[in-house]
Design a protein around this ligand. Sequence first.
Ligand SMILES: Nc1nc2c(ncn2[C@@H]2O[C@H](COP(=O)(O)OP(=O)(O)OP(=O)(O)O)[C@@H](O)[C@H]2O)c(=O)[nH]1
Ligand SMILES: [Mg+2]
Length: 298
Amino acid sequence: MTDSPQIFHSGFISIVGRPNVGKSTLLNHLIGQKISITSRKAQTTRHRITGILTEEQTQFVFVDTPGFQTQYLNTLNKGLNRVVTSSLRDVNVVLFVIEARHFDERDRQVMNLLPTSIPVVLVINKVDNMEHKNELLPFIQDIAQERHFAAIVPVSAKQDKQLDTLLDAVRPFLPEGEKIYPEDEITDRNERFLAAEIVREKVFRFTGEELPYSVSVVIEQFKLEGKMRRIHAAILVDKDAHKAMLIGAKGEKLKEIGTQARLDMEKLFDGKVFLEVWVKVRSGWADSPQMLKSLGYE
Ligand SMILES: Nc1nc2c(ncn2[C@@H]2O[C@H](COP(=O)(O)OP(=O)(O)OP(=O)(O)O)[C@@H](O)[C@H]2O)c(=O)[nH]1
Ligand SMILES: [Mg+2]
């Protein structure tokens, strides 16, 4: 008697929610690698980023999206929202991420965009922030009245809590099918893109409130020399004053950004990186459709 062949399941899962609820942190912890940048500040993610998790019988293709913008609708933000709405098409499951104890108008606006024809799993993130765990049940009951959810899973993305339960909730909705990506792939984004994102994350981390939103990063050179990667990155800012803020006294800030970015790249690419970072002034890039296109925004 021969064993019956194992049936494989695969599908796409979109991760959506308002800014800063922890969507990218969730993606990174689900696949066990940092491919999507995160920060304490809202509006960190600007692109659609795919993270792939392959198990023996299942392949999950997660799609991280920018936080849905309800304010400041400049050309960039309108573009970001288009990324979110288009990511809701042709997926098998939607993960709608909110923060424990917080559910406001901005969450509701995102919820109203969600299709009724696709299973939506409500992910209540940051439960580690909850002092009183007995507040969770009434919170869940309130939200469950807002719409139908295929499942409701409280998690802590940052502390890897309940992520297995979340995968269990998603698994039944993935159709029978072949692997969509080779099993050793973790993202559909190339190293050049990931390098630019890592530099942008360090700008978020090492600068004050307003600066990150007026910054974009382009990789001007990416060369593989043996096992070493030689990368030249340019940080584009809107104004001369921003350039000065980014460089810092005696160039200290830019140096720190470069060092931390290099360390992250070496970890992700698993090899030595020689990184040079410049700052360039390009006024109005966030409102120029042409400039946005050249930076790779959909
Ligand atoms: N305490 C706690 N903090 C978390 C958790 N998950 C994410 N965070 C923090 O929340 C902040 C935002 O995380 P991100 O993953 O960048 O959030 P996002 O939803 O991708 O944000 P945008 O891309 O701006 O829409 C960061 O400071 C994270 O460290 C969690 O489970 N617990
Ligand atoms: Mg994000």
